[in-house]
Design a protein around this ligand. Structure first.
Ligand code: 5AD
Ligand code: SF4
Length: 395
C-alpha cells in the first residue's frame, strides 16, 4: 500500500508524466491519429497547440515535422538564408542568472572589437554573398558605445552600398537609441523575451529595475513603432518551464505580430548561478533538443510566413541540430564570422561549437549538409521576413 501511494504520488507530482498520460488518453478516446486531425484544422486553438507540444513519440513527431516543413516550403521555399554573425563585445551591464558573460562573472576576459575589425568581418560576409549580417553583444547603453554602434552601422551601409541586411541584437535601449541605429541603416532587431512566464522570468533574472519584464515588452514595442523587422524568442527547457509556458510563448509571438524568431535550448554555463543550481537537474540533451524542434515546428505551423532561425545552441546538443531545425521548419542560419580570438571569450553557455573553425570551411560543409536535405542557400538575397511587409500593408 505504501509503495502504491509513492508510485501515485510520483505520477501526480511529475507534471511531464501527467501530461503524457493525458495525451495518450486523448489519443485513445478520439480514435485514429489525433495529431493528423489537429494539423488538418484551419485555425489551431491553445488546446491544439498544447497537444502538439506534448507529442512524445517518434511517429507523431515525424507527422509534426513533415507538416511544418511543408508550410516552410509554401511560405519560405526550400531556401535557407545565412546571417553572418559578429559577436562584437562580451561586456554586459546585466546579470542574467543563466548567461556566461553576465556582469558578475569575473572569470571572463572582456573584449570589445574595434570598428576596423567589425568592418573587416562585415566585408567577409558581404563578399561571401550572405547579403545579411547580425551584430550581437552584451548590453551597454553609455553614450560612447551607442555612438560607436551608430557610426559602425553607418560605415557598413556605405561599404555594402546599402545592399546588406543589418540585424542588431544589442539588448534593451531607449527609443532614441533604437531610432538612431535604424536611421544609420539597421533594419532588423532581435530581442528575446526569454520566457513569457513572468514568475519564471523573475527567477532566471532578478526582481529589479535592470531585469524588468515590462521594460523588455516596451523595448519590443518601441522597435516595432520605429519600423524594424522585429525578432524575439525564448530559451527552451529552462528549469521549471512547462509545456504550457512554451505554448503561451507562441501565443505571445502571434499577439506581438513579430517578424522573426530566434530561440534555442537552454544550456548550462558552469560559472553562473543557474549552472551551479541545476547541474545534473535539467531535462536530458535529447529531450531539450526534441522540445526545441517541436517549438520550431509549431511556430512554423502557427505563424507561417515569419523567419525562424535554427540557432547555434541546437548544434551544441547535436552536431546536426541546426539541419534538424531546418527540417522542422526553420529557414535562417547564422554562421559565426567573428575573429577567432574574440570568439573564445563570447561564451554564453558550455560547449559553444566552432571556436576554432575556419569561416570558409564552415560555409562549405553547411552548404553541403543543406544540399543533402534538399535545401538551397539564398546567396545574394537578403531573405527579409515577408510577414513584415504584410504587417505594413495591413496597417
Ligand atoms: N543557454 C542558452 N541560451 C542562452 N542565452 C544566454 N545564455 C544562454 C544559455 N546559458 C541566450 C539568451 C540571450 C541570447 C543572447 O543568448 O536567450 O537572449
Ligand atoms: Fe547580458 Fe544578454 Fe547575457 Fe543577459 S543574456 S547577461 S543581457 S549578454
Amino acid at each position: 500500500m505504501y509503495r502504491y501511494y509513492h508510485v501515485c504520488n510520483y505520477f501526480v507530482k511529475n507534471f511531464f508524466l501527467k501530461n503524457v498520460i493525458i495525451y495518450m488518453l486523448l489519443n485513445f478516446i478520439l480514435g485514429g491519429n489525433m495529431i493528423e486531425k489537429i494539423l488538418e484544422k484551419e485555425v489551431l486553438t491553445k488546446e491544439d497547440l498544447l497537444k502538439l507540444m506534448l507529442i512524445d513519440n517518434q511517429e507523431d513527431l515525424n507527422i509534426l515535422f513533415k507538416k511544418a516543413y511543408e508550410i516552410k516550403l509554401k511560405y519560405r521555399s526550400n531556401k535557407v538564408f545565412y546571417r553572418g554573425l559578429i559577436e562584437c563585445s562580451n561586456v554586459c551591464i546585466k546579470n542574467c542568472k543563466y548567461c556566461g558573460i553576465r556582469s558578475e562573472n569575473k572569470k571572463v576576459e572582456r573584449f570589445t572589437l574595434i570598428k576596423e575589425d567589425i568592418l573587416e568581418s562585415a566585408k567577409i560576409i558581404y563578399d561571401s554573398g550572405y547579403a545579411s549580417m547580425a551584430i550581437q553583444a552584451g548590453e551597454r547603453n553609455d553614450k560612447g558605445y551607442t555612438d560607436f554602434i551608430e557610426d559602425t552601422v553607418y560605415s557598413i551601409e556605405n561599404m555594402s552600398k546599402l545592399d546588406m541586411g543589418i540585424t542588431l541584437s544589442l539588448g534593451e535601449q531607449t527609443y532614441e537609441t533604437y531610432k538612431r541605429w535604424f536611421d544609420a541603416g539597421a533594419t532588423r532587431y532581435l530581442l528575446r523575451i526569454e520566457t513569457t512566464n513572468k514568475d519564471l522570468f523573475t527567477r532566471i533574472h532578478y526582481n529589479d529595475e535592470l531585469h524588468s519584464y515590462e521594460k523588455r515588452i516596451k523595448a519590443l514595442k518601441d522597435l516595432k513603432k520605429i519600423g524594424y523587422q522585429v525578432g524575439t524568442g525564448v530559451m527552451i527547457g529552462l528549469p521549471g518551464q512547462r509545456e504550457e509556458d512554451l505554448v503561451n510563448d507562441i501565443l505571445f509571438f502571434k499577439e506581438m505580430d513579430i517578424d522573426m524568431i530566434g530561440m534555442g535550448p537552454y544550456i548550462l554555463h558552469e560559472d553562473t548561478p543557474m549552472g551551479i543550481e541545476f547541474k545534473d537537474k535539467l531535462l536530458s540533451n535529447k529531450k531539450r533538443l526534441e522540445l526545441s524542434l517541436k517549438m520550431i515546428a509549431i511556430c512554423r505551423i502557427y505563424l507561417q510566413d515569419i523567419n525562424i532561425a535554427a540557432t547555434t545552441a541546437l548544434q551544441v546538443l547535436d552536431e546536426l541540430g541546426r539541419e534538424q531545425g531546418i527540417k522542422a521548419g526553420a529557414n535562417i542560419i547564422m554562421p559565426n564570422v567573428t575573429k577567432k580570438d574574440a570568439r573564445e571569450n563570447y561564451n554564453l553557455y558550455n560547449g559553444k561549437p566552432g571556436l576554432k573553425d575556419n569561416s570558409n570551411d564552415v560555409k562549405k560543409s553547411l552548404d553541403e549538409n543543406l544540399k543533402n536535405i534538399g535545401e538551397e542557400v539564398g546567396y545574394f538575397q537578403k531573405g527579409d521576413s515577408p510577414h513584415y511587409f504584410k504587417r505594413f500593408k495591413k496597417n
